[in-house]
Design a protein around this ligand. Structure first.
Ligand code: THU
Length: 130
């Protein structure tokens, strides 16, 4: 299955009654496996958890940690971009050259990389004096 198709399919399961903005995400690992996630909102924290975070959690729960490709999709006027927190979460498990495809449900898409989404990211190298 295409990574973009996996993200498109899981978006249907999103629980987004507060924003009415359903998001689907899929990550592919170095082993070639695909993990998916959708956004899940709740009444106390209506921003909920992002689709990307869900896909990452599924990957971690399955015992994998190495993301090589990402897809994220929403019904938006332009291809949906991962939020700041999700950029950091993706950078934790993906190299800067990992490809990120951002899509709208009705066609337009943009392709970028984790490094372009989060330039100058904080990483463990900054902590070598501790
Ligand atoms: N959302 C995501 O799932 N991923 C993003 O990258 C952007 C935002 C969700 C969170 C919330 O449920 C809704 O979209 C509106 O912010």
């Amino acid at each position: 299955m295409l990574l973009t198709d996996a993200a498109r399919a899981v978006r249907e399961n999103a629980h987004a009654p507060y924003s009415n903005f359903k998001v689907g995400a899929a990550v592919k690992t170095a082993a070639g496996n695909i993990y998916v996630g959708c956004n899940v909102e709740n009444v106390a924290y209506p921003e909920g958890t992002c689709a990307e975070a869900g896909a990452i959690a599924a990957m971690i729960a399955a015992g994998e940690r190495d993301i090589v490709e990402v897809a994220v999709i929403a019904d938006s006027p332009k291809p949906v971009t991962p939020c700041g927190g999700c950029r950091q979460k993706l950078a934790e498990f993906a190299g800067s050259d990992a490809v990120v495809t951002m899509l709208t449900t009705d066609g337009p898409q943009e392709v970028t990389t984790v490094g372009q989404l989060l330039p100058g990211s904080f990483d463990a190298d900054y902590m070598t004096r501790t």
